[in-house]
Design a protein around this ligand. Structure first.
Ligand code: ARG
Length: 586
């Protein structure tokens, strides 16, 4: 059901009758919901075109409309206000209640979309930076599916870069790898705890110890050539890392169809580089192989979301490096080869990458290279969803009190504990699983309710509150409805919308439906978060002001029950898209 389209149709017919013609969008949601549900600003445009006052035009149009579903009225200086009648709202509500996914239609041209999110790195522990990507990526994935598209999600592990050589070199020096390098001792068990110490140590050291850095560089190269013992050690490291990552992502209700990584394209690297060489797109520079992405004299505009980071951008944009001085491969090389692989395996219509906005330049270069070399066909859409930083209350990237970047697992524990505190305060007792569901909801909703590109402050106390624009508040609203519905055997199907409280629930459900397309258009989830919160709020007003189950008039009572059921259905749909659980009880 598309109310906007219906109103547009009525207005268009009226315009026609009155001898007016105009292109473009003529109906929008009302800017002043207290006055109307929808509005049309068409008379201002017509006024310019036909040299009549907007008021005269508005009244002519309104006079020519006869509808018992919508009320059209004039609003100074030239708006047409549109209100849905009780009859119309009731019939809309019934049809929303019966239809799957609130009647959101699946696209007639489903696309195959490959989503690349998560992006955890092997050997490095998952940290806060790896929280936003899967949260946003999973929700965008669900949104594409809601509209009938097919998706493939790939976590694209960072498992083939310098951090591998660094960690191996450090572990060797610290005597953990004698079995592999000297053939002595027992086969060591490589653990996450070990990697958590060794990688940061190596990473710090490479900044001052040039000899060590070169060694790590060389080890990375040997690994990329699949030489022993590097390859065997690497396999062990990858296995333990993947297990940890999987556990963390499972805890967050985030899932992938494919667990590929940079290493998955190791056998396509030479081919990829040759494509650039053969097409004359690559040139040598200081021993490395580079591709010029900017044309002579071209100024590549800085994306708006990256203006904060203006120093990072040089003009003309420096070339993309596709092979290192020592023949090694880089992030750019594996990403190019991955596009080649994905097009051989799946031929997606679109590839969507979800990473933080410090990688924007990388993706500009990647997309340009892929198109130049025709690794990505012309009609394939390549999209980078760039998100901002999750900050602490000091406005700087979130850190622990001692100043370290915080581990993802610790964040999950923190929100879970906070949720448990709230449950205890509400007399719900200890319930680990429920606390996790609530904590994760708090985290996800707190994240997604901001426009994707923007930085935000992780405020665990605020996010976990059962009141206000939070995940737990929405879960709580659903749980309240569950409890109410469990107390009656009646099932409400027939609506008779009359009071403003009732109207608002239906109107806000319609707005929620609109918000899904808006979110899809802009690949940001914040419109859905705002709309679902508004719906929950209008439900709370209704719930607090109206005696639902004790209403004596049967017709009214059934209408109330039907409204509760509809609200629950709508909130649940939104939370499902956001990959947020809806616990039965809270
Ligand atoms: N591993 C990368 C990181 O930690 C993210 C990978 C994103 N995907 C990609 N195809 N480049 O930053």
């Amino acid at each position: 059901m598309n109310i906007k389209q219906e109103i547009t149709q009525i207005l268009k017919t009226a315009l026609n009758k009155c001898g007016y013609e105009i292109d473009g969008n003529i109906v929008s949601l009302s800017n002043r919901p207290e006055l109307a549900d929808y509005q049309s600003n068409v008379c201002f445009g017509l006024s310019k075109k036909y040299k009549e006052s907007p008021e005269v035009i508005a009244n002519k149009i309104i006079d020519s409309i006869k509808s018992d579903e919508y009320c059209f009225s004039f609003c100074a200086p030239g708006f047409i206000n549109i209100i849905l009648t009780t009859l119309k709202l009731s019939s809309i509500a019934s049809s929303l209640l019966c239809s799957e996914n609130l009647g959101i239609e699946k696209t007639a041209n489903p696309k195959l979309i490959l989503l690349d999110y998560g992006g955890a790195n092997v050997a490095k522990e998952l940290h806060m930076g790896h929280l936003r990507s899967p949260i946003i990526g999973q929700a965008i994935n669900n949104l594409f599916v809601l509209f009938g598209n097919n998706t493939i999600s790939d976590t694209h592990l960072g498992d083939w870069g310098l951090q591998m050589g660094l960690t191996i070199a450090q572990m060797e020096e610290d005597g953990f790898l004698d079995y592999y390098f000297k053939g002595t001792g027992k086969k060591p068990e490589i653990t996450m705890e070990m990697l958590n110490v060794e990688y940061p140590k190596a990473s710090l050291r490479k900044k001052t110890d040039e000899e060590f850095r070169q060694k790590a560089d060389n080890y990375t190269l040997l690994l990329q050539q699949k030489k022993e013992p590097f390859f065997s050690v690497w396999q062990e490291m990858r296995n333990v890392s993947v297990k940890t990552v999987e556990r963390n992502y499972n805890n967050l209700n985030i899932h992938f169809d494919i667990w590929d990584g940079e290493s998955s394209v190791s056998n396509l690297i030479t081919e990829t580089i040759n494509i650039f060489k053969n097409k004359g797109l690559a040139r040598e520079s200081e021993g490395a192989l580079v591709v010029d992405v900017a044309k002579e004299g071209e100024n590549i505009p800085i994306p708006k979301e990256n203006e904060f980071d203006i120093q990072r951008y040089k003009n003309p944009m420096p070339p993309a490096i596709i092979q290192k001085y020592n023949g090694g491969e880089l992030y750019m090389t594996t990403d190019l080869a991955t596009i080649l692989l994905r097009n051989r395996q799946f031929k997606p219509d679109e590839i969507v990458y979800v990473t933080d906005n410090r990688q924007t330049e990388h993706f500009i270069k990647l997309f340009r290279c892929a198109k130049m070399a025709e690794i990505s066909p012309e009609n394939q859409k390549l999209t980078h969803v760039a998100f901002g930083t999750m900050n602490g209350k000091d406005g700087k990237p979130f850190k622990t009190r001692s100043g370290e970047t915080i581990k993802l697992e610790d964040v999950i524990n923190m929100v879970q504990e906070k949720a448990q505190e709230k449950l205890t305060a509400n007399g719900m007792g200890k319930n680990q699983e429920l606390a996790r569901e609530i904590g994760v909801a708090a985290l996800k909703f707190g994240d997604l309710s901001n426009d994707v590109g923007r930085d935000y402050v992780l405020d665990i106390d605020k996010f976990c509150s059962f009141e206000g624009k939070t995940g737990p508040y929405l879960q709580y609203t659903c749980a309240r409805i569950n409890s109410l519905l469990s107390k009656t055997k009646e099932d409400g199907k027939n609506f008779l919308i009359s009071s403003p409280e009732e109207r608002n629930i239906v109107i806000n459900t319609l707005k929620l439906i609109d918000s899904f397309s808006l979110a899809l258009e802009n690949l940001t989830l914040s419109p859905i978060c705002t709309a679902v919160f508004n719906l929950a709020q209008s439900f709370s007003v209704f719930y607090n002001n109206i005696k639902i189950l004790t209403e004596e008039d049967k017709v009214k009572r059934q209408n109330y029950i039907a409204l509760c059921t509809l609200t629950k259905k709508a909130i649940t749909l939104a939370l499902n898209v956001l990959a947020i659980d809806t616990p039965e009880k809270m």
